[in-house]
Write a protein of this length. Structure first.
Length: 68
């Protein structure tokens, strides 16, 4: 099982840049980059809440689970 945060998809769907997302969520551009590129292994609930609010979406829109 693989769990991913689909920032690429949500940013594209909402026509949002990483810089814009960083300003809205108060996350650093480095944090956004790490999440977007799958380079992070832990994401706090506060960060997830900020992303959900920024995209006005549900957890299932943000978190993708694939079975291998």
């Amino acid at each position: 099982m693989k769990i991913e945060i689909d920032l690429w998809g949500l940013m594209g769907k909402n026509k949002m840049t990483a810089t814009q997302l960083a300003k809205i969520t108060w996350l650093t551009p480095v944090q956004i980059s790490h999440i977007k590129n799958g380079k992070t292994t832990k994401i706090g609930i506060n960060t997830i809440e900020k992303l959900l609010e920024a995209f006005d979406c549900e957890p299932n829109d943000l978190i993708k689970i694939t079975r291998k």
